[in-house]
Design a protein around this ligand. Sequence first.
Ligand SMILES: *Cc1c(COP(=O)(O)O)cnc(C)c1O
Length: 361
Amino acid sequence: MDPIYNFCAGPAMLPVPVLTKAQSEMRDWQGLGVSVMEVSHRSPEFIAMANKAEADLRELMHIPDNYHVLFMHGGGRGQFSAVVNNFLGNDGRACYWVSGQWSQAAAAEAVALVGNENIDIIPIVEECDGLNTVVLPKCDEQQQYRYLHYCPNETVDGIEIFDEINCPWPVVADMSSTILSRQIDVSRYGLIYAGAQKNIGPSGLAIVIVRDDMLALPAMTQSAIMDYRLARDNDSMYNTPPTYAWYLAGEVFAWLKALGGVAAIEAVNSEKAKRLYACIEAHALYRNTVAHNNRSHMNVTFELSDDSLNDLFLQQAQARGLVALKGHRLVGGMRASIYNAMPLAGVDALTQFMTEFAKAR
Ligand SMILES: *Cc1c(COP(=O)(O)O)cnc(C)c1O
């Protein structure tokens, strides 16, 4: 059977060795004779696994000791409200930079919770020479924001912000689709969160990396399971955590460590993106509308100059085992998501198909 390369934006493909290992231990985890899904999260075996997953993530991302790592429920979107509820109290204000669909959605949820007057929304994408370009705004030092929220990789729009952010307020970043894809300096952030289903594991789980002093900010009344302080005080086990997702995330972290860690995967990811954008540039049939410096290394969006070829493109790609290339329903066109688990061979198969398809027109 020819390999299937799955370019889905999320839930996305998982590393094959991780799935193979999970399959082999499905009925008998650690010699217990039962699946990891069937053991208590309070058991020594589960707690040891959970601690190792956290330790591996800390090592992969060089997370400093004054940061807590929380394994939470509710995916990426769950954190849209959690951030507001945990940090804004009754009178706090925050700033949201909007660079695409996801940061827009985060800002909208913040406004819904605390009102327009407490949330300042700043669009940061401009059109320059027909290309969507991120222009980072100057920070207004007079403002007393509890945090600045932004999204370094816009999964739908294919826009990535590679610059580090300099501003006087703690930075909160939605890294759902970029976490672990390249090296970052965690110490520059007040909080990082990520839904798991792009670069970590199964959907439903969210990873939160939060600086200790942020947890002194006044919270609003909120549901216990989204309270960062309760999560910290209970080692992310205030209630039953998503145990299988936690286990698979741990397996993904171990796989990434064995590959050489984030620096090693970053090199592969850059090469994948370089080859795919080069292919798009090489053929008039394809077009990407993002400025070169902001082209996402994880979600490569492109359009066909002739829309009527979209269905044929998708059909023929599918027949070659290249699946889930259809763009997001809100923006149309095509999108190839090439997260950590996508091998270079998958991108080469895609560029070869795209080249043949363009030449046949
Ligand atoms: C996928 C994604 C989300 C939403 O994640 P859910 O787990 O579906 O809530 C939020 N932000 C970004 C940047 C994403 O890519």
